[in-house]
Ligand binder design. Structure first.
Ligand code: BES
Ligand code: ZN
Length: 523
């Protein structure tokens, strides 16, 4: 169970998970155990229920060796959520366990997905991306540029706000500060925009930075963390809630990814979005609104990585991949990324047992999400949700966070560098036509080719020979590949292990006309 749980701090726990205002009715879904607690504190009968199918059980509240819980949709007074939170903490020794829904229809749609009987339009159209790891030439130099000190500075800056609670001035101002910080980092890049996502029901805005993909921009990769903080003992303007680990560490980690990508001039083919969510601590509300709006708009989010708590090393392994409310195929990819790029790190797995962070909002909409976490569940930072969740209590350095920042960069570049149709396929094609007289030569390029196969081929009349070469224009005696058969049907290719310029030369061995096709992976 959560080591930060203190049975006596009940008044504080009331505010911990929901902190709602009385009066309004809201729709929530929750599992059997949480429903039993709710029924103790208020008379509710589920309006609808669903049992997850076997295929979906891994993304439900089930735990190994136990029957999957049913999930129930109920309408309650927002105030009853405070009592539910308290009861869940008191009786089940955990937090969360329920999800907000904007309406009954939205709640029902969510239940149906749990039962495996319905799919969102966005889910039906969802691309399962290639998980081939083939961007070493890009990733490795970027990883070497990443620094713990930058992450530590961002943690220090964010935890300097009295709190970042979703309804306080600190919550609002920290959002404005982060927007400014990301905007400054992105200076000089016309392909990067930084915006705030306004939420109708509370003051704090989420912050979203977008690097627009060069040629596959409709496919989106999301790196997320939550901006807000909470103190379980109170939620006034003056209540100290530094949230250094939970979750300034996650925001700082993805900020270092953004800084490194800009410093390295990295331009993804897919769109990469950095999201700092508002109002996570009060029921994943910010991420839920964002994931809902993306799903409603049919946005093709191909993968989500959530970083929530990255700087407290509480366990023997370095990174724990959480297996519930996440996608197992993407989790395997994430594990492979660690083996490839961070081979000295030790990896474990664990579960929250409930939708404990914003990844669950994306999972609920059918998207593929992962949560690499700082420790085993019962060995996490004991200071979270208190005034003592400070940088000092994570050792005044961000070495642990740096591992997660590096993993997030590798993840975003490996997914972000794929064109339509996945990775590994050379898919920029250019065609040139013309004619050559006897012994006449003509050069083409430079082609800005990325790691992978560069291929040039010709068809035509007469007898035209083909040469290709990295860095400089080839001659008929210096080239990386040539094709000089007795017709104009030629083809040769170069396997590029680093990004670079490639040039092509055609020569009329006999006069003729040609159609030259060049195919390569853009940088
Ligand atoms: N960072 C925590 C989640 C967490 C805590 C994961 C400890 C693993 C170990 C997150 O900010 C949080 O507090 N989540 C709530 C639930 C949410 C639905 C309000 C929680 O776990 O109490
Ligand atoms: Zn928290």
């Amino acid at each position: 169970m959560r080591s930060s749980f203190k049975p006596l701090a009940l008044a504080g726990l009331l505010a911990l998970c929901s902190a709602a205002q009385a009066g309004d009715k809201v729709w929530i879904s929750l599992g059997d155990a949480a429903l039993a607690q709710l029924q103790k504190v208020t008379a509710v009968t589920p309006g609808a229920s669903a049992t997850p199918t076997a295929a979906l059980a891994g993304a439900s509240a089930s735990t190994a060796g136990r029957r999957a819980e049913s999930i129930h949709l109920v309408q309650v007074d927002e105030a009853a959520l405070l009592q539910l939170s308290a009861a869940v903490h008191q009786e089940l020794k955990r937090c969360g366990g329920f999800m907000f829904h904007a309406s009954q229809a939205e709640g029902l749609a969510s239940l149906q997905r749990h039962a495996g009987t319905a799919k969102l339009a966005a889910v039906a159209a969802l691309t399962r991306p290639s998980y081939v790891i083939d961007q070493q030439a890009v990733v490795t130099p970027l990883l070497n540029q990443m620094q713990a000190s930058n992450i530590g500075q961002t943690i220090t800056d964010l935890s300097a706000y009295v709190n970042r609670y979703y309804q306080t001035a600190g919550g609002v101002n920290s959002s404005d500060w982060l927007k400014q910080r990301w905007t400054t980092l992105a200076a000089g890049r016309a392909d990067i925009t930084v915006e705030q996502f306004t939420h109708a029901s509370w003051k704090q805005k989420s912050v979203i930075a977008t690097i627009k993909g060069t040629d596959n921009a409709s496919e989106v990769v999301v790196l997320g963390a939550h901006l807000d903080s909470i103190n379980q003992a109170g939620t006034t303007e003056a209540t100290r809630a530094p949230g250094a680990d939970d979750d300034a560490s996650g925001v700082a980690s993805i900020t270092e990814v953004l800084r490194t990508m800009v410093a390295g001039g990295y331009k993804p083919r897919r769109t990469i979005k950095f999201m700092a969510y508002a109002a996570e601590e009060v029921g994943l509300r910010g991420s839920q609104e964002i994931a809902t709006s993306y799903a409603n708009a049919g946005v093709n989010v191909v993968g989500v990585m959530q970083l929530d708590m990255t700087n407290y090393k509480g366990s023997v392994n370095d990174i724990y991949i959480y297996t519930d409310y996440t996608d197992s195929a993407q989790n395997t990819f994430v594990t492979n990324l660690i083996q490839t790029y961070l081979p000295t790190l030790k990896v474990g797995t664990d579960k929250c047992g409930y939708g404990c962070s914003d990844h669950a909002s994306w999972t609920a909409k059918g998207y593929y999400a992962s949560l690499p976490f700082e420790a085993a569940f019962n060995q996490d930072n004991p200071y979270i949700h208190t005034a003592n969740d400070t940088f000092a209590n994570s050792g005044n350095q961000a070495d642990h966070s740096l591992k997660f920042a590096r993993l997030a960069l590798a993840y975003a570049v490996e997914l972000g560098s794929d064109g339509a149709g996945g990775g590994g396929v050379p898919d920029k094609t250019e065609t040139f036509t013309g004619s050559l007289t006897l012994n006449q030569t003509r050069s083409f390029g430079p082609f800005k080719a990325g790691v992978g196969s560069f291929k040039a081929s010709t068809t035509g009349t007469g007898d035209i020979d083909l040469y290709a070469r990295r860095t400089t224009v080839p001659t008929t005696t210096t080239y990386d590949c040539k094709s000089d058969g007795a017709t104009s049907a030629e083809s040769c290719s170069i396997n590029l292990t680093a990004n670079g310029d490639v040039y092509v030369l055609l020569k009329g061995y006999k006069a003729g006309s040609y159609s030259l096709t060049v195919t390569y992976r853009p940088q």
